[in-house]
Every structure is written in C-alpha cells, then in structure tokens.
Unconditional design. Structure first.
Length: 318
C-alpha cells in the first residue's frame, strides 16, 4: 500500500475553480505525460455543463450564487432541489485556459515531479511554453504544436542544462504555494546535525525506557496552560518531527525558567525525563532551548536567476 500523501488541487495557491475544472476535463483524455503536454492540453479547454454548474456553486459572489437572487431561488426546485441552481442563469459555454502563475505554483508544489523532478528546469521552460500559446490577455490563445512543445522541454531538462533548487529552497517554495510540505518534514533537514548534538527523534523517545533522560527536538505544536485546582502553572505541548510526535510537560519550576521558549520559537529541543504510564509516554521537561533554523532559509542564487533573465531578454530580442 502506498504511503504517499495526495494533495487536492484546491490547496494550490491562487488556483481558481474554473482552472481546476479545466485540468480535470483535460485529464479525461489520458494522463499528462510532460509539462509541455499539460500546457498544451489546458489551453482553451471547453467545459461541460456540469463543470460550469460546479464553478457557479463554488465561486463566491458576484459570480457565484449568494442566496439573495429571487429569480434563482424560485427556479431552484426545477433543477433538483433546494441547493440546485437555475440553469437559465448559467452561461451555456465556457472556455478556460490555466494561467501561467497557476502552472508555476503547480510546478513548485511538485505536481510534475513524477514526470521530471527538476523544478527549476521546468520553471525555466514554462515561459517558452506559454509564449507558444500567444498572449493570455489577447483572447486569441492557440494550442501549442506538440513537437515544438517537447523541443522546449528537452532544451531545459536534459542532463546538466539547469541545476535544480537546493533542497531547503525547494522545501520553502513548496510551503509557500501549498501551506504545507507533503514531500518532507522540516526536521528531516536538521536531523544529521541534531544527531551529532545528541538530540534524539520522537521515534527514539517512544523507544526509550522509563526514567531515561534525553534531548528531543521538534516543531512546537499547541502549547497550552490549562487551569489547575492548585493554581500552579503547568505547560503542555507536543513536539513533532518526521517520525511522529512526543508529548511534553513543563511543571511550574521548569516553566518559570524555560516556559517562554516554546511560545517564542517554532523549533526547540527539550531535555527531560521519560515517564511511562498506562496511558502512554511523556517527556517531563527540565530544560528547553531553541533550534537555530534561520539558516534553513537560503537566499535565491542571484547569478542563476540573472542568467535566466538574460536568456528571456535574448529570446525576446531575437
């Protein structure tokens, strides 16, 4: 059984319901075999009547139904019930082209990784592919020639043509367009360094014996301080990494010294004692320190992007 996480198209930053319907309609004729094939087949897609109705229902006003139009309300029963739409209010035809910015977001999200894993190379090829359509705002888009499309793809994706993004930059770009990172957990990029510093994973924590003292690192999840009958302050949180989760408890003495750390830092390492009980295993904290993560945000390689801009300008002049 595959453990892959399937992410819905709705999570792609900036994608519209009309573009989702266009992608689904184009895919009916078979799986996409390359980015070029995707660009070609999602140009000028004619949508079915059912797809138009879905767009109308799922798009906010003024395009979608807001519930205040008496003409729509009076005719809803005729098309299938209280939540149905009046067919007379819908356009009979709709042709949709998936926009360049949406395709860029799909690339950065890893949508085409199974076809070609070099996301930067696909981004470089994208502008050339879009130019084969014509201008998006001209209203005169043409389906690109399949052979020309594949020549463009090969120009950028053959071995050594364009270097891919560094792993951490790919991670952050994926997070930017999805709001999550299905490819990996941020802690996986720190694992080797943390191992050298004897900071253990949540898997090591779950396998530890009762009373063992250890460092555990992870992403801070939901730190909270519920009221207690005695009035003492107790902090509960969860550390998350690529292996799972670890519950952590800060009792008042530890909380006074280290309780600010989980509220100020997204990634922390906690030292404490493993406590095994019938209900599970918990780390009783006695110390907490931040894990430096600013270095995980590398700046874009300006020389690489400068070369890309020069290439685009040269093609425009030529």
């Amino acid at each position: 059984m595959s453990k892959a996480l399937r992410v819905g198209l709705k999570l792609i930053r900036g994608i519209s319901q009309a573009e989702i319907e266009a992608i689904l309609e184009a895919r009916k004729s078979g799986p996409f075999c390359s980015l070029g094939d995707f660009v070609r087949r999602t140009t000028g897609v004619r949508l079915s009547r059912e797809a138009i109705e879905r767009i109308y229902r799922m798009t906010p006003p003024p395009w979608g139904y807001s519930g205040g139009d008496e003409a729509v309300v009076s005719d809803r029963a005729a098309v299938g019930g209280s939540d149905a739409l009046a067919r007379s209010d819908l356009p009979y035809e709709m042709t949709v082209t998936v926009k360049r910015d949406t395709i860029e977001a799909l690339i950065l999200a890893g949508t085409f990784d199974s076809l070609h894993s070099n996301r930067r190379a696909l981004l470089w090829a994208l502008d050339d592919l879009i130019s084969l359509r014509g201008k998006e705002d001209s209203g005169m888009l043409l389906q690109p020639d399949p052979e020309e499309v594949e020549r463009v793809i090969h120009r950028y994706t053959h071995e050594g043509a364009v270097m891919d993004f560094p792993p951490m930059q790919k991670f952050w770009l994926e997070y930017h367009v999805l709001g999550l990172t299905p490819s990996c957990h941020i802690m996986s990029h720190l694992r080797e360094e943390l191992r050298k510093r004897k900071v253990r994973s949540t898997a090591d924590f779950r396998a530890a014996r009762n009373g063992e003292r250890m460092w555990v690192g992870g992403l801070v999840i939901r730190p909270h301080r519920p009221p207690t009958r005695s009035g003492t302050r107790v902090l509960f949180l969860t550390l998350e990494d690529e292996c799972g989760m670890a519950p952590v408890t800060f009792f008042e003495r530890t909380y006074r010294t280290w309780g600010h750390v989980p509220f100020q830092e997204p990634l922390i390492a906690v030292h404490g004692r493993v406590q095994r009980q019938v209900r599970g295993v918990t780390l009783i904290a006695d110390k907490a320190v931040p894990i430096p993560w600013s270095r995980l945000c590398p700046q874009e390689d300006e020389s690489v992007e400068a070369k890309r801009e020069e290439a685009i300008e040269a093609r425009a002049r030529g």
